[in-house]
Write a protein that binds this ligand. Sequence first.
Ligand SMILES: [Zn+2]
Length: 341
Amino acid sequence: MAPGLQLDYFDGRSARPQRAEIHLQDGRLRLTCGLQQQQYLLRSVRWPERQRHGQRQVLLPDGGVLSCADASAWDEWARASGLRDSLTVRWMQNWRLVGAALLLLLATLLSAWRWGVPLATEAALRWLPPTIEQQIGTQALAQLETSWLRPSQLGAAAQEGLRHRFAALVARAHPQGDAPAYRLHFRAAPDTLGPNAFALPGGEIVLTDALVALMHDRPDAVLGVLAHELGHVRLRHGLRQAVQASLVSALAGLVVGDFSALLAGMPVLLTQQAYSREFERQADAEARRCLLAAGISPRVMLEFFERIAKTDQHAAANRLPIAFSSHPADSERKRFFNDAP
Ligand SMILES: [Zn+2]
């Protein structure tokens, strides 16, 4: 005989409880109330999530409610009857399972960040038309023009000379004519960027007067810096990084529910983030390849690193992390240019 449990029964028509007894048998809940007997299929009965304390309630399909004030008597009956709480309830009462679920969620978010974001970034880069890329670059440049960049004080002949030499280097490094489009802008930013250069998506490359002055007797080093920036352009590092950062904030938005300003924030993002170490390595490799192709020894960069180390680069590092001299040359970087054939 299945164990029984005494409890209150509300028939759904009257607010007056009646004393009743329930049994579980053959997948059915059998209810005895006075002389009346009723049966309900177990799967038609709803067992609302229970709290650890407080009364237990059962909702019957005909609108009736069973209520048991004695929680421990209920639990004992449920155990003896082989009644299992719904999976969710048992999960929620088991902190180990809750912890595991949280870990799983965290792992999902982490792998979305680690693998999903790079994959989505690649897809976005393939899908984003060049006009958008250029727009983002032009907007970012316009923003920088209003804040830090001033017209260059460099003479027209000096500008033309560097333009010409860089164009020749690019042509020699890309004999197939597959060089990315770029526009070279000479600008002054004496109090902010110092001797510097940077590239924006779409091919805007900015070179400061101070850098030209710093390497006045070694213009080949200026070409090396520009080739590094062209590497960032060719490999679309700026856009890649801005898309990636936007996706990460969108991923965070999944959690807090804020998707606003995804594309609109990119020009600002560009000016706030530093390139990853990997991007810098790739741009350096591009610079070295271009210098070698143009018959210039990559060691010319060592002189540049030495001179830049003597200038105060704090301001530049804080203001425009993507700029060339915001990431000082470590020994690995120096070795890379030194070991060139
Ligand atoms: Zn760089």
